[in-house]
Design a protein around this ligand. Sequence first.
Ligand code: C5P
Length: 331
Amino acid sequence: MTDPLRRLSPVVRLAPAKLNLTLAVTARRDDGYHTLHSVFVPLTLADRLSLAPVGGHRDTLHVTGLDAGPPADNLVLRALAAARAAVGGSWPGGPGPAPALAARLDKRIPVAAGLAGGSSDAAATVDGALEAWGAELDADARLAVAARLGSDVPFFLAGGPALVEGRGEQVSPLRGLGGSPGILLVTPVIAVPTPDVFAAFDAIRSHGDGAVRMSSAHLAEELRSGLSAANLVARAGVLASANDLLPATALVVPALVPFKRALSRLLQRPIGLSGSGPTLWALYPSEADAAIGADIVRAAMQGGGLTAPGSSEPFICAAAIVGHSQQESEP
Ligand code: C5P
């Protein structure tokens, strides 16, 4: 009898960060979660994940790069267990459970930053594990596994810009952008727990006032028919204020407000907040332009003209928005 592991090869996946170009909170659900209307875009900033079939019964995870906390708490291990449970005995070596995998994660997206790095790792894990095992799950089953792992996980199954609604499980791919606008990310090293931000949101109002919802619907419509990178950058001012969580995040971390203002003055650009933060962003025509912005921020910090809140230097990174679905291309 042939060993099923012999037929299995390691798989490698890129797990991109996401940015919310808009984020409207439309209602509070009975289960405490909130319904959203949000345009999500993937970024070129990405974690790297490899999954190799191994003998034995225990999945393992080795993390390099940025600090991601204890591997035992990592969503990658939960995603492997969830994918295995969903596959059951229906993989080529079945009817037993799919074999253990050794995961390696090179962490390049800062953790708990509003960039959904952990959620992206989880989606890449589910997708990569299915390939490593030679197993199939239909789209509904994949979506169910992803949604159970976290609200942001389903988006990453789409592979490109998307309108995200419901708790995060309703993902409508958008045609996207002509070109790849640059994005400067500045992530202060301050804890902004997402549940705290939503709790602050509930405390100050029951739901958004509708203006952000309108901006979000408008952008989704534009991206549905296709928008040039230049036209997206021209909308930076509207997008930077199109986040219903801004006042709530400002309550949880008041120090973010003067820092955001100082960045806007320094760069002469609108500055937005991704998700519940603390990552701040500025849009540029290209990644090269965003890199110039990154240099300006670093120089101002070194020269003492700009002080970031947080226990250490912020994460500063120039990247680009992935304007189109990557579904057809190799990672
Ligand atoms: O689903 P996930 O674990 O990523 O959500 C983290 C927290 O964010 C939830 O506990 C909830 O407080 C809040 N959340 C929410 N509504 C959403 C997504 C997240 O209230 N749609």
